[in-house]
Design a protein around this ligand. Structure first.
Ligand code: HEC
Length: 116
């Protein structure tokens, strides 16, 4: 009798587990992973540009003046369709993923120092 209860519990856990996984991760975009796999080789881990990237002309994502000079729409367009040496990501990344990458690029903006 006890055995059957335990067995039932295990079966319940096994059948519920995949649902819980898809709830936790479904629809969530792992932009860190995308950046690491697709962008880091040129833009560098810190967003300043790798050796290879700098040769190709990558902007410094940590430069506040550069961040101010571009709109989200421009970034979205550049990532989607490419820009000069920047390879287009359309077809590689979904539209939602590209949107997430625009946000990620914005995260490199240095925190503005408070000036009293
Ligand atoms: C092969 C190297 C390379 C890879 C890989 C790469 N980029 Fe770039 N990226 C560049 C270069 C070079 C530029 C500068 C383009 C220019 O303005 O001449 C650039 C520019 C950009 C810009 C600025 C666009 C603008 O409008 O000024 C953004 C944003 C950007 N990349 C995001 C990404 C993201 C996100 C990824 C990964 C999904 C990525 N890049 C992958 C080389 C690369």
């Amino acid at each position: 009798m006890r055995g059957a209860v335990i067995c039932g519990c295990i079966m319940l856990i096994v059948t519920l587990a995949p649902f819980q996984l898809s709830n936790a991760f479904g629809g969530k975009i792992d932009y860190k992973k995308i950046y690491k796999n697709e962008c880091k080789k040129c833009h560098g881990f810190d967003g300043k540009g790798s050796k290879r990237g700098k040769k190709l002309g990558t902007p410094d994502f940590t430069d506040a003046a550069w961040q101010d000079s571009v709109t989200d729409k421009e970034l979205l367009d550049s990532i989607t369709n490419g820009k000069k040496k920047m390879p287009k990501q359309e077809g590689k990344l979904s539209a939602d993923e590209i949107k997430a990458m625009v946000k990620y690029v914005r995260m490199f903006t240095p925190k503005k120092k408070r000036t009293y």
